[in-house]
Design a protein around this ligand. Structure first.
Ligand code: ATP
Length: 299
């Protein structure tokens, strides 16, 4: 559904996005992760048709995005910092959205008032930061978008409201195959929501995978031997991290659980544990692999 091929974008000679290729299926939730300054917002703005890439193709349903008014009616980009016209009430903003988006659904707007429970005659810029974000989701979800692009979307929402908004967007994905691209530093949230993730660093996608595959591809092992570590131990397994804690060795390794287990057991260890990693741990080790690291991160 969404095909970005070899996309490149420079600002005054600086390559913010450097040859990115991403394919996203209709009805999926794609998590865009990455270090600060990796190029995530720039990539999302290119996808939303706000920035024109210097080179590469950005297609949604086979159509180019940039300056495509028809396509833009079906997608919404919710930026990390919101802007509303001063003195505009929720009701006035709703009328504005209604005039902009032919798919505006008034019934849904009225129904969502039960969720957000904010008086529609209130001026948006006088509301709290979190309430403004609620209004942004309220208006966005009432336009019934096919593609929802979210940049740090849940920041500022309280825990109950976060869950309500997550439920609403998951419902739209399940019921009408809305496609979501979400950039967030909250990896716990991404882990809950997304089915695919891409990790960006230095303007490039360094890893892109189905989340379940990614999680089943990286493991933490703890192992100890009675008579020292065998010379050829884990020679054939990509090691992302290694640390010695007394006689116990801790490894973060890439590969299938069955392959790793077989390799370790072949050396008859005295202690052996294989544990799954959280997305946050995977992120840290993958970033370390590309030279972006913190010390003593093993837990
Ligand atoms: N309009 C702009 N003009 C010049 N440089 C820019 C512009 N927008 C982004 N950049 C630069 O491009 C790089 C990528 O920025 P971007 O905002 O896309 O990163 P990000 O991955 O969203 O970062 P963060 O997680 O910190 O929000 C940064 O070095 C930034 O300074």
């Amino acid at each position: 559904m969404i095909n970005m091929t070899n996309v490149q974008k420079s600002f005054e000679g600086f390559e913010a996005v450097n040859g990115v290729t991403v394919h996203i299926q209709k009805g999926s939730i794609y998590g865009l992760l990455g270090s600060n300054g990796a190029g995530k917002t720039t990539l999302l703005k290119i996808l939303a048709g706000i920035y024109k890439p210097n080179s590469g193709n950005v297609l949604i349903e086979e159509e180019p995005v940039f300056e495509n008014v028809k396509l833009k009616e079906k997608m919404i980009f919710l930026a990390d910092s919101l802007y509303f016209y001063p003195n505009t009430t929720i009701q006035q903003a709703a009328h504005f959205y209604q005039s902009m988006y032919s798919s505006w659904n008034e019934n849904r707007f009225n129904m969502l008032q039960n969720v957000f429970q904010i008086d529609v005659t209130k001026k948006i810029h006088r509301l709290s930061k979190g309430m403004q974000r609620q209004v942004a989701f309220w208006l966005t979800l009432s336009t019934m978008p096919d593609v929802l692009i979210l940049d740090e979307p849940l920041d500022g929402l309280d825990a109950v409201m976060r869950q309500k908004v997550k439920n609403l967007i998951i419902q739209d994905v399940a019921e009408r195959e809305m496609t979501i691209i979400i950039s967030s530093h909250n990896l716990r949230e991404v882990e809950d929501l997304c089915d695919n993730v891409g990790i960006m660093h230095g303007g490039k996608i360094i890893i892109e995978k189905d989340l379940d595959d990614l999680k089943s591809d990286v493991h933490k092992i703890q192992v100890a031997f009675k008579q020292g570590v065998p010379a050829d131990f884990l020679n054939d397994v990509p090691i992302l991290y290694k640390e010695e804690r007394g006689s116990v060795l801790l490894y973060i390794v890439r590969g299938k659980e069955s392959t790793i287990t077989a390799q370790v057991l072949a050396h008859q260890p005295a202690i052996f544990d294989l544990l799954p990693l959280t997305l946050e741990e995977i992120f840290i080790y993958e970033m370390r692999d590309v030279g972006y690291e913190i010390e003593n991160i093993i837990v």
